[in-house]
Design a protein around this ligand. Structure first.
Ligand code: PMP
Length: 301
């Protein structure tokens, strides 16, 4: 691609010129919220759900997004169009804006909105075929009464710390527990286990982000007659599960074949994981906000 256009401060600017103030409290304090969204063949998957989560995160930290949901939806679509993208990863950031060095947000003049759309770097196919190795980490998930995991804030240190631990342990991803020892999620993905034909995922109140992919998988599983329960479980339940998989915008549905050096099931991606991945990949082709409705009409003519 010759140039990449970023939506910043109400206009499209070239990537090289897309800079924000070092006094922005998003930079100084992680004061802001964000979303990671994906477009498949020009269709933005579950855009309304992502926007709902973004506005709820902003509401929770008393941050006014300076656009209506409808306006922001259009800005996201326009950013994809402006960059002529079909399969894209989209990052939306709303920061508190530039203020002074004190942490008090009342010094910040106006929130900043940034939308970045990039061609998607897909997870390698081999990773889906081989499955991931997970390691549980000592850093606990943020307690919901301290900084709720439902707030997708620019302060992602909790998740970064667990990713560092996973890197140090030489595994692909971290398994995060809450302060009671219940399983919550990965560093940037939700977790599911399968035992005796039933699928389990932790209730979000235990301390997991309510993932858009997670919710899509729950709906798909129920629609297709799978038995699915949102119930607390421990590391032991993960160790003895028949299948384990993670879900997220970037990873979609990805198998886990080893947890803390315990082989899961037969040590390869399980049948139900593969079925749900196939159902999910089919869903993303027919569900989404179209960025190029004009193009589809052309195709019919
Ligand atoms: N948990 C965390 C902590 C995340 O950052 C993400 C990625 N947004 C997820 C779960 C998965 O959420 P989603 O399916 O909406 O991408």
């Amino acid at each position: 691609m010759s140039s990449q256009w970023i939506f910043l401060n109400g206009q499209f600017v070239n990537k090289e010129e897309a800079v924000v103030s070092v006094y922005d409290h998003g930079f100084l304090y992680g004061d802001g919220v964000f979303e990671g969204i994906r477009a498949y063949s020009g269709n933005v998957f579950r855009l309304e759900e992502h926007l709902k989560r973004l506005y709820e995160s902003a509401q929770s930290i008393l941050l006014d997004v300076p656009y209506t949901k409808e306006e922001l939806k259009q800005i996201i679509v326009n950013t994809i169009r402006h960059n002529e993208l079909d399969n894209a990863y989209i990052r939306v950031v709303v920061s508190r804006g530039a203020g002074n060095l004190g942490l008090d947000p009342s010094s910040c003049s106006a929130p900043r909105v940034v939308v970045i759309a990039e061609a998607l770097a897909l997870f390698p196919k081999e990773l889906y075929e081989r499955g991931l190795r997970l390691g549980s980490v000592s850093t606990r998930r943020n307690r919901p009464d301290v900084l709720s995991p439902q707030v997708k804030s620019l302060n992602y240190l909790n998740n970064i710390l667990v990713k560092l631990e996973a890197n140090q342990a030489g595994v692909d991803e971290a398994l995060m527990l809450n302060d009671q020892g219940y399983v919550t999620e990965g560093s940037a993905d939700n977790i599911f286990i399968v035992k005796n034909g039933t699928i389990y995922t932790p209730p979000v109140y235990l301390g997991a982000l309510e993932g858009v992919t997670r919710n899509a998988i729950i709906d798909l599983a129920k629609e297709h007659g799978y038995d699915l329960k949102e119930e607390p479980f421990t590391r032991h339940d993960v160790y003895v599960a028949d299948e384990v998989f993670l879900t997220g915008t970037a990873a979609e549905v990805i198998a886990v074949v080893e947890v803390d050096q315990r082989k899961i099931g037969e040590g390869k991606p399980g049948e139900m994981t593969n079925e749900l991945l196939a159902l999910f990949r089919e869903l993303v082709t027919r569900d989404g906000v179209q960025c190029y409705p004009d193009r589809q009409q052309d195709a019919v003519v």
